[in-house]
Write a protein that binds this ligand. Structure first.
Ligand code: ATP
Ligand code: MG
Length: 247
């Protein structure tokens, strides 16, 4: 479904992604694990097209600091030059890190915004799906999003991404800053989503609750791929054990 080929990204002279290649097949749940500044967000922003958008914006202002090299193929087609909105139309949807929501809008309004490219009927179907996945959001339907807890906002951020009906859902550190209880709730939702057959690429620094759920995973450090394998292979890998499970 998605192939990332020899992806290299520089912010000025700083290397953020170093010749990274990876692949996600339809229906797979793939994890990307790495510590702070490993390059997780840069990878996600690159796949969603946000990085390209930023590069164009900088160019329009007369300065260009971002260098992007390498190719992205989605369903066999080269989407490297495609703008973010067209990637969303193709089904690549990113749920950004640190649960971004429109704080002055209600839960329901945020969800509707997530479905803005789709028909009313499709939007209603997705609304049912999201409220079913996160029953807490049903109770909070008319609450201003900015007044909700971090965990509730993360549910909303994932729900909003789902409103665009992704074929490939990208989740950037969905567990970041959540309490153990909220973390469990989000993990259960991700597990449920994966079981529906949705293709998921998820990054995390906190690998422990995610590792057992994934089909395959990659570990990155300083923008470079260190290890890859199935969930079981990663959990058995001594380096991974030491870094992520303190064993
Ligand atoms: N807009 C930017 N301008 C300059 N450098 C950047 C920019 N965005 C990221 N970087 C640098 O690129 C590297 C990778 O950052 P990235 O945000 O992708 O890491 P991350 O794995 O998401 O980290 P975290 O776990 O903290 O979210 C870091 O060294 C970071 O400082
Ligand atoms: Mg990040």
């Amino acid at each position: 479904m998605l192939e990332v080929k020899n992806m290299t990204v520089f912010f000025e002279n700083a290397l953020a992604l170093n010749n990274l290649s990876l692949e996600i097949k339809a229906g797979e749940f793939v994890g990307i694990f790495g510590s702070n500044s490993a390059g997780k967000t840069t990878l996600m922003n690159n796949i969603s097209g946000l990085l390209l958008h930023r590069k164009f914006r900088e160019k329009a202002k007369g300065g260009e600091r971002i260098t992007i090299d390498g190719k992205l193929y989605f369903d066999g087609e080269d989407i490297s030059p495609t703008i973010p909105q067209d990637r969303v139309k193709r089904g690549i949807v990113l749920c950004r890190e640190r649960h971004p929501v429109f704080r002055d809008n209600t839960v329901h309004e945020n969800l509707l915004l997530g479905g803005y490219l789709r028909s009313k009927k499709e939007v209603n179907e997705s609304l049912d799906f999201v409220y079913d996945l996160f029953p807490a959001l049903t109770r909070l339907r008319d609450r201003k999003s900015g007044l909700m807890s971090g965990g509730e906002q993360e549910m909303l951020a994932i729900g909003t991404a789902l409103m665009a009906k992704p074929k490939l859902l990208l989740m950037d550190e969905p567990l970041l800053g959540l309490s153990p209880l909220m973390m469990q709730e989000v993990v259960q939702a991700v597990k449920k989503l994966s079981k529906t057959g949705l293709t998921i690429l998820l990054t995390e620094q906190y690998a422990r609750p995610i590792m057992p759920l994934i089909d395959r995973g990659y570990v990155i450090e300083n923008g470079t791929m260190i290890v890859s394998g199935t969930g079981d292979e990663l959990m058995d890998n001594p380096e991974v054990k030491a870094a992520y499970f303190g064993m």
